[in-house]
Ligand binder design. Structure first.
Ligand code: HEC
Ligand code: HEC
Ligand code: HEC
Ligand code: HEC
Ligand code: HEC
Length: 163
């Protein structure tokens, strides 16, 4: 009975998480990956540094933006908002797009070193203006790729053993 309840719980969670989101969330300023990573050809790692120990890619602080926007497009209201936030010392309130629960192990560096590309999990980001969650980060999605790339799929590979 307990295992049935557990299975049902997993099923519901997998079902709910299987969808991406249809619309991009409203961000504090209309930052465009297509402009910056596409047209201006800025490298992903210029902004997403993957600091040690390498689990997270990270979201850049306003100082990174102001390196250019102290002079570029200063008269834009969006850039004015960026500059104000920078001066205030507060972080930009970006709405997060890809997020998994903290009880799941996940490392960007380990995935990059195993040859997985950003696009396999996040889509063609450099072609997008506003980002939305276009690929799933559900347990089912993780396991599908692990199965196809012959990576382990034991429960304890992604979850701490509890007994
Ligand atoms: C290497 C220089 C560079 C960096 C770094 C940079 N930008 Fe830009 N950004 C540009 C250029 C060039 C444009 C296009 C300006 C134009 O349309 O004339 C632009 C345009 C924009 C616009 C559109 C402004 C408007 O009203 O048209 C926003 C918003 C913006 N950037 C936000 C950011 C944010 C947020 C960051 C940091 C995460 C950032 N930029 C980092 C060069 C940069
Ligand atoms: C100029 C800085 C800059 C560059 C270059 C850049 N990004 Fe970003 N990225 C941002 C900012 C700012 C955000 C938060 C706003 C947003 O979601 O659009 C972000 C958000 C993201 C997110 C969503 C994070 C979340 O909330 O879960 C992904 C995925 C991402 N970037 C991937 C990439 C990839 C892949 C590349 C290279 C093709 C790249 N980025 C290049 C600045 C940058
Ligand atoms: C194997 C799938 C996978 C690959 C490959 C991958 N990501 Fe992610 N990304 C994720 C997941 C899952 C999350 C949510 C992580 C969390 O909540 O802890 C995420 C979150 C992010 C975030 C939000 C900040 C953070 O670190 O949590 C950014 C930015 C990002 N990824 C950028 C990138 C870039 C740039 C690349 C390529 C260098 C990349 N990702 C490669 C799956 C992936
Ligand atoms: C695009 C394919 C792909 C996706 C999607 C993917 N993985 Fe992986 N993952 C791999 C590969 C390949 C490895 C390397 C396996 C090995 O080294 O034997 C790996 C390794 C791992 C590792 C071990 C890394 C380490 O720290 O040594 C964990 C944990 C993991 N994945 C969890 C996840 C989780 C959680 C998700 C979903 C949020 C996910 N993966 C999504 C392909 C993927
Ligand atoms: C490749 C990585 C991976 C493997 C292997 C894996 N899981 Fe998960 N699991 C996840 C991720 C990612 C989530 C979170 C999905 C979400 O809600 O975003 C999750 C969520 C869960 C949850 C929580 C459901 C809820 O209610 O939030 C349970 C329970 C669970 N997994 C059990 C298991 C069991 C049992 C196994 C072995 C049969 C297993 N997992 C194997 C990645 C994995």
């Amino acid at each position: 009975m307990r295992s049935l309840v557990l299975l049902f719980g997993i099923g519901a969670a997998v079902y709910l998480a299987a969808q991406g989101t249809p619309e991009p969330p409203k961000q504090p300023v209309p930052y465009s990956h297509k402009k910056h990573a596409g047209e201006l050809k800025l490298d992903c790692k210029f902004c997403h540094e993957n600091k040690d120990p390498g689990e997270i890619m990270g979201i850049p602080g306003t100082a990174k933006c102001m390196g250019c926007h102290t002079s570029i497009k200063k008269d834009s209201p969006h850039i004015a908002k960026l500059a104000e936030t920078h001066t205030s010392g507060r972080p930009m309130p970006w709405v997060r797009i890809y997020q998994i629960p903290s009880f799941v192990f996940f490392s960007h560096r380990a995935h990059s070193e195993a040859g997985n590309t950003c696009a396999e999990c996040h889509g063609p980001v450099a072609e997008r203006d506003a980002l939305r969650k276009e690929l799933s980060t559900s347990m089912g999605a993780c396991m599908d790729c692990h199965r196809s790339k012959k990576a382990p799929n034991d429960c304890t590979f992604c979850h701490e053993a509890r007994n």
